[in-house]
Design a protein around this ligand. Structure first.
Ligand code: PLP
Length: 426
């Protein structure tokens, strides 16, 4: 694997020509937008085979993003748990602090090659907006980020980051004034001028070709990790764990292992609990429907309207999920599990205290499930976790809302006990 783009070696050979993963995916959009998407697909398929494009992409991933990101054996954490060895793929060490830059560099490079002047996108918490604004600044393209008015007020630091980077933040005041309306507004703006601008979606979601394209750009995570893990241990991991919002970091690491027999675990946010409405566990609790131009599992009401969803991690807070995940669930290739807010916070503190690595609250969901799984496995087994991002953005929120700086397991009524006892060796 020279370039990390998975298309020629993905023996599942998906999606189909029209963008389907089994019954999922496709393209449910107005005919006018379909013509635009067809053009993007054709250009992408051409460009992804172009050695000059791949060389430029790889050069930026190496010298700008800082790839390859290391694989790290979290030995103290593993010892404290007393089960399997936990390894981390350190996407938190990328420039901008998360995996999103991998596909943003790819998408903006594609935009540049297609002669576009401007990239546009939606953002919820601002993470995708910042990554895209970064890539746009790097390549000298204009960048418009559509963001709900409520999110703009909530996510001031990311709004400032985007502005400093030269992006225009377009306030969306309709509907719920959050992510879903920002997507609608951005797609409308795209339709208004599909010639000079291009939509750069934030995950493996949306109409074909986005789920394929974003997956391909993220697949470098898995191909790197596979090689690195083999050189460290001489074998494949016994399990792989990643958090799932839209599903891009998970598809990134899973892609390289789909043809192996390694068990794969996607971890969705159970929020305040699966028996409450306050979660975003789409594959666990959802049903099949259409949202934002693609067919997948969704959290929806009887009318097919997306339900309001919730997670402590705003990057996981989406009522849909990438269509390939729905397919991988249906065929039983990936196991989808959940972690609650509280479990994520435990993992957040646990990894910080045991390894000096502060994980993003999104990534903390994967760490939380890995901690559980490690206890079911033996010391000579290994779990590889995709640490999708760093937690600097979350520290103030966690300190304010979960100020358990010094854990007191006996004084704890709300579940911060078992794991903490573990990591303290009690
Ligand atoms: C956005 C984000 C996620 C969720 O997105 P996916 O497409 O599911 O990967 C996960 N981790 C971090 C750090 C993020 O910023």
């Amino acid at each position: 694997m020279k370039n990390g783009i998975i298309k020629d070696i993905d023996t599942t050979n998906l999606p189909t020509q029209d963008g389907y993963f089994g019954e999922f995916g496709g393209s449910f959009i107005p005919p006018q937008l379909q013509a635009v998407m067809d053009e993007v697909t054709a250009e992408y398929e051409k460009i992804v085979k172009d050695p000059a494009f791949l060389e430029e992409l790889n050069d930026l991933l190496t010298h700008y993003v800082g790839r390859p990101s290391p694989v790290y054996h979290a030995k103290r954490l593993s010892d404290a748990i007393g089960g399997a060895q936990i390894y981390l793929k350190r996407e938190d060490l990328n420039h901008t602090g998360a995996h999103k830059i991998n596909h943003c560099i790819g998408e903006v490079l594609l935009a540049k090659k297609m002669g576009k002047k401007k990239v546009i996108a939606e953002t919820g918490a601002g993470q995708h907006g910042v990554a895209l604004a970064t890539a746009a600044a790097l390549m000298g393209l204009e960048c418009d980020i559509y963001m709900g008015a409520i999110d703009i007020r909530k996510e001031a630091p990311n709004v400032s980051r985007m502005k400093v980077l030269g992006a225009k933040v377009v306030e969306v005041t309709r509907g719920t004034q959050t992510l879903k309306d920002a997507v609608d507004a951005a797609f409308e703006a795209y339709l208004g001028d599909p010639i000079s601008q291009i939509y750069c979606i934030g995950s493996v979601v949306g109409p074909h070709p986005f789920p394929m394209m974003v997956r391909d750009f993220q697949s470098i995570v898995g191909f790197e990790a596979k090689k690195q893990f083999a050189s460290m241990t001489g074998k494949l991991p016994d399990s792989i764990v990643a958090c799932v919002g839209g599903g891009s970091n998970a598809m990134g690491i899973f892609s390289a292992f789909l043809q192996d027999s390694v068990p794969l675990y996607g971890v969705e946010p159970a929020g305040k609990g699966l028996d409450t409405p306050l979660n975003a566990a789409t594959l666990t609790k959802g049903s099949v429907g259409v949202l934002h131009g693609f067919k997948s599992y969704l959290l929806q009401d009887e009318k097919g309207e997306p339900l309001p969803v919730y997670s402590i991690a705003s990057g996981l807070d989406y009522p849909g999920v990438g269509p390939q995940h729905s397919y991988l669930k249906t065929i039983g290739r990936v196991n989808y599990k959940t972690a609650t807010d509280r479990e994520a916070v435990e993992a957040f503190y646990g990894l910080s205290r045991m390894e000096g690595i502060i994980p993003a609250l999104e990534s903390s969901h994967a760490v939380a499930y890995a901690i559980k799984l490690a206890q079911e496995l033996t010391k000579d087994q290994n779990i590889l976790v995709n640490l999708s991002g760093r937690g600097d953005k979350d520290i103030d929120f966690v300190m304010e809302n979960y100020p358990l700086v010094d854990y007191e397991p006996e004084a704890n009524e709300n579940g911060f006990d078992e794991f903490l006892a573990h990591i303290r060796g009690n």
